[in-house]
Design a protein around this ligand. Structure first.
Ligand SMILES: [Zn+2]
Length: 220
């Protein structure tokens, strides 16, 4: 599903109307702040794993696997150490006081406990401070940047909220993530389809219980 964006003309007074929004790329942008990774080191480690599970790393099907996996990890972890707030490079003084809701931003991240993916959707709402908003795609980019590193869902949720709060000095930010964790689906208790939901609140949504309930009703 594509991400949808809702801008409520008056903060939380009207029911959200959802409209199609921008898609974002999951590839490494050319001008990104991507840090260098040691591809050779990853490839060597992968070769060791292949040997350790009893495989022959030199057989035809596996001969390029270490290099391929190295490039995969480069892509999955390209935003390690990057400040996601720096992605909010464009800001607009619009004088708006309405709540901005962006729903269904798809993401794929990597569980730092098992190095297998967890994937799902991020739903983000913010209440602008001093009428300052940012490009809607920037919010999707913040989600993307926080996903492309070793993560736990709880921390990723907090990082998105902090980046938006810092990036545009919003009055309040609410983030809700729902995701399926492959480490729960394919191993351990093997419960495919189980979803984990996490939330983070900043500013007015942290302080005001009623505002928090209202914003959550838009995100769920
Ligand atoms: Zn895990």
């Amino acid at each position: 599903m594509e991400a949808t964006v809702t801008i409520l003309p008056c903060a939380m007074r009207r029911k959200a109307e959802e409209t199609p929004a921008t898609k974002f790329t999951s590839e490494i942008p050319e001008n990104s702040l991507a840090r260098e990774v040691d591809l050779e080191k990853i490839a060597t480690a992968v070769e060791m794993i292949l040997e350790a599970v009893g495989e022959d790393p030199k057989r035809a099907g596996l001969i390029d696997t270490p290099q391929r996996v190295a490039r995969l990890y480069q892509e999955l972890c390209y935003s390690t150490g990057v400040d996601a707030a720096s992605e909010i490079s464009c800001k607009f003084q619009e004088g708006t006081e309405g709540l901005v809701v962006i729903k269904d931003i798809e993401f794929t991240s990597l569980c730092e406990h098992h190095l297998v993916p967890f994937l799902g959707k991020a739903h983000v709402a913010y209440l602008p401070g001093n009428g300052v908003i940012t490009g809607l795609s920037k919010i999707a980019r913040v989600v993307e940047l926080t996903a492309r590193r070793l993560q736990v869902q709880e921390r990723m949720t907090e990082e998105i909220a902090d980046a938006i709060l810092k990036g545009i000095e919003a009055q309040g930010v609410c983030v809700l993530l729902e995701a399926e964790h492959m480490c729960m689906s394919m191993r351990g208790i093997k419960k495919p389809g189980a979803r984990t939901i996490t939330t983070a609140f900043r500013g007015v949504f942290k302080e005001d219980q009623q505002l928090r309930s209202e914003v959550l009703s838009h995100l769920r």
